[in-house]
Design a protein around this ligand. Structure first.
Ligand SMILES: Cn1ncc2ncnc(NCCc3cnc(NC(=O)Nc4cccc(C(F)(F)F)c4)s3)c21
Length: 274
């Protein structure tokens, strides 16, 4: 396995299987390395699209950051290779697929407290590890969360990750729902942006939609900056207490990741079989 990070891979080393999903920049395929028969996922990115979007520096940073991360709740990147038109990311295969698909299949399209707490604990554990390496993910949202064996959570796609602190220059693309006030206001930000995302996801796992969701970009933008968080009546007091302590607009007031793991609601429900 040591050779895997330095070895020169080519497409000929793999049998390519079914499509696993389609991203903005390319498709992901199930694949098997021929000599070892090891199953992986391969994400194919088109060089011209990467250049057009001026994100090649982000891709290089992702590959660099991912090659040093090792955690059970972070999807591994085993290596990459490229040909004249495409870049191929060799990734750990997550047999449970995308988390949001599992959530949509649940009754009321939301998780029960034991499942939600288990996912939150794993996500928090992975982020404690990232932050210990001075890496902030910055793009924690259901689309970037996959499920490994036993519905274990896997954070994927470090395409937006940076070393803290950072003052993002690239424009935000896609949904605002998971971004904290300081990022949408284009201010400097640090690893506490990921804590905010844990709060947003905790709400979404339990309610079925993110707290500041609105009909359009401007309404979402203003909700993130000033709207109070409102909870449906089925959300327990313990869960409400946790979410309110995380979704603090001032980054320094947010519950630190270690305190999220130690919160009584998380401790109580992440141990229960779901
Ligand atoms: C769907 N699915 N089901 C099972 C399964 N198993 C494994 N993986 C899956 N999906 C792929 C998950 C990803 C992991 N890392 C990624 N990285 C990325 O997509 N990076 C990236 C893209 C475009 C542009 C940039 C750039 F340039 F802006 F930086 C960076 S995507 C699976």
């Amino acid at each position: 396995a040591s050779q895997s990070s330095s070895k020169r891979w080519t497409l000929e080393n793999f049998d390519i299987g079914r499509g696993l999903g389609k991203g903005k920049f390319g498709q992901v395929y199930l694949a098997r390395e021929k000599s070892s028969r090891f199953v992986v996922a391969i994400k194919v990115l088109f060089k011209n699209q990467i250049k057009e979007a001026k994100v090649d520096h982000q891709l290089r940073r992702e590959i660099e950051i991912q090659s040093h991360l090792r955690h059970p709740n972070i999807l591994r990147m085993f290596g990459y290779f490229h040909d004249d038109a495409r870049v191929y990311l060799i990734l750990e295969y997550a047999p449970g697929g995308e988390l949001y698909r599992l959530m949509k299949k649940q009754p009321n399209q939301r998780f029960d407290e034991p499942m939600a707490a288990k996912l939150i604990a794993q996500l928090t554990d992975a982020l404690i590890y990232c932050h210990s390496k001075n890496v902030i993910h910055r793009d924690i949202k259901p689309e970037n969360l996959l499920l490994g064996a036993g519905n274990s959570l896997k954070i994927a796609d470090f395409g937006w990750s940076v070393h803290a602190p950072s003052s993002r220059r690239d424009t935000v693309c896609g949904t605002l729902d998971y971004l904290p006030p300081e990022m949408i206001a284009g201010q400097t930000h640090d690893e506490k942006v990921d804590i905010w995302s844990v709060g947003i996801l905790s709400y979404e796992f339990l309610v079925g939609k993110p707290p500041f969701e609105a009909k359009d970009y401007d309404a979402t933008y203003s909700n993130i900056l000033q709207a109070p968080v409102r909870f449906p009546s089925h959300v327990s007091d313990g869960a409400k207490d946790l979410i309110i302590k995380i979704l603090q607009r001032k980054p320094n007031r947010r519950l630190p990741l270690a305190d999220i793991l130690a919160h009584e609601w998380v401790v109580k429900f992440s141990k229960e079989a779901s």
